[in-house]
Design a protein around this ligand. Structure first.
Ligand SMILES: [Zn+2]
Length: 467
């Protein structure tokens, strides 16, 4: 008779392909068995009436990222605490090369930020801001250290942007070292010119953030990204796709046989550019890049999500408080000038609940929920089947959802380090009730049981995904 460390009884188990009632047996941090199980077990949990899904994987976060003389507000402790309360047990954060700095220095820095602080498991992408010969050489070393994906920016000239030659070199090199390149797809040069013109004409209101970053700027960059990927013979991953026009370019590239993977984010599915018409003190809190779009984009994004065209739903969690503090830039920096608003918003804790709401509303299937919040990113980023899977041998990262619970999203009840959420007031069905990380009970009915240091670094393998 098997002895389990933990036996979860009678949950409805969801995977990326099926749904069935079963017990989950956990031993030595892993799922040992799934089925009609008998004990004994050190701990038993009655999960009848609850949904069991694999722990969420958020493949796009910016924790403790240097910005404007300070850093983003959430560090690895607060960010991963918020993640756990929201059912996310793994994050992939962007270690970011400083201009003139090396990739290895950036990786060391990000390890130092996370070690001993994280409550969720974590891995790193490497954001390359200077695709030098040395960076190209270091890409091989990054892969050996478990950093098997890179990101380059086609936006933010003079700060983060890579030109087409640099993007092409990174794509070519990614093929040689067995990595995947992700791209922030917006035409940075055109946007910089539109911003310059708007300011010269005295347009400083927040709405100009969106007006100077039109959907065409995204669509053009997606088209160019796909062309560069095709020239390099490499796949490419489009981060935070926001517009119907951008989605059309992803589809066109795929029809030509170019493997373009894509993620979108809850903010583009649930919020729209009307938020920029609020008074400035409120509107600035919705400033992200790409910006929120006209509502007419949302149906296309939802349909693509339902149809399996997105490999992942990630957050781009990049939090700034409403008011600046010493050493901590806040959204109020840009009250009088849209071009000075720190870009980014929190989302780690609300991602899984918002996507579960989409299941309740009939917008996506339960399997698609699992695929886009966990299994898909695990496969794309080389974590599968250790992560993203509720089956024997996988890490026992388990989320139990109470589907009957009704709640309203409210910043006071969230655990991130800033004083607002862009999703304030949205009512949702379902609540994240119990969260296990490698078998350890981390969150139980709103109480935190885990502690800093419980999260471990994940050395990732190569992608396991084909389009
Ligand atoms: Zn980002």
């Amino acid at each position: 008779m098997a002895a389990y460390d933990l036996l979860i009884r009678g949950a409805t188990i969801l995977t990326a392909s099926e749904s069935f009632a079963a017990d989950l047996g956990v031993s030595n941090e892993r799922i040992a068995a799934v089925g009609a199980l008998s004990g004994p077990a050190k701990t038993e949990l009655d999960a009848r009436g609850l949904i069991a899904a694999p722990g969420g994987i958020d493949a796009h976060t910016h924790l403790d990222m240097p910005y404007g003389g300070g850093a983003t507000a959430d560090d690895f402790r607060t960010g991963t605490t918020a993640a756990l309360f929201g059912g996310t047990t793994t994050i992939i954060d962007f270690a970011t090369q400083s201009r003139g700095g090396s990739l290895t220095a950036a990786l060391d820095q990000w390890h130092a930020k996370a070690a001993g602080r994280a409550l969720a498991d974590y891995a790193f992408h490497m954001a390359i801001t200077d695709m030098s010969a040395a960076a190209g050489r270091d890409m091989a070393r990054m892969v050996r250290e478990g950093v098997t994906s890179f990101k380059l920016y086609m936006a933010y000239p003079g700060v983060l942007m890579s030109d087409d030659a640099a993007v092409l070199r990174a794509l070519q090199r990614s093929n040689e070292v067995g990595a995947l390149v992700g791209l922030h797809c917006e035409n940075g040069a055109a946007i910089a010119e539109l911003v310059r013109q708007a300011r010269a004409q005295g347009h400083t209101e927040t709405r100009w953030h969106a007006l100077t970053r039109p959907p065409e700027a995204e669509a053009e960059a997606v088209r160019r990204a796909a062309a560069l990927a095709s020239m390099a013979g490499a796949p490419v991953y489009v981060v935070h796709l926001s517009s119907a026009a951008g989605l059309e370019e992803v589809r066109r590239a795929r029809l030509r046989g170019v493997p373009v993977l894509a993620e979108t984010c809850p903010q583009y599915l649930y919020l729209d550019a009307q938020e920029y018409e609020r008074p400035a003190a409120s509107a600035v809190n919705f400033v992200i890049a790409p910006p929120l779009r006209a509502k007419s984009n949302q149906d296309a994004l939802w349909q693509a999500l339902a149809g399996g065209e997105f490999q992942a739903v990630a957050t781009d969690h990049c939090s700034f408080p409403r008011r600046s503090r010493p050493g901590q830039p806040g959204k109020d920096r840009g009250l009088k000038d849209f071009s000075r608003i720190p870009g980014g918003a929190p989302g780690l804790e609300t991602r899984m609940p918002l996507m579960w709401e989409a299941v309740q509303k009939g917008r996506i299937s339960p399997s698609r929920f699992v695929e886009t919040t966990s299994t898909g990113p695990a496969k794309v980023f080389g974590l599968y089947p250790r992560k993203g899977h509720l089956g024997p041998g996988a890490d026992a990262d388990i989320v139990l959802i109470d589907p009957k619970h009704k709640t309203t999203i409210n910043a006071k009840s969230l655990h991130h380090a800033v004083d607002y959420t862009p999703f304030e007031g949205l009512s949702i069905h379902g609540a994240i009730r119990e969260v296990f990380l490698r078998g350890k009970h981390m969150v139980s009915q709103g109480r935190l049981l885990g502690k800093p240091g419980d999260g471990q670094y994940l050395s990732r393998g190569q992608r396991q995904f084909c389009l």
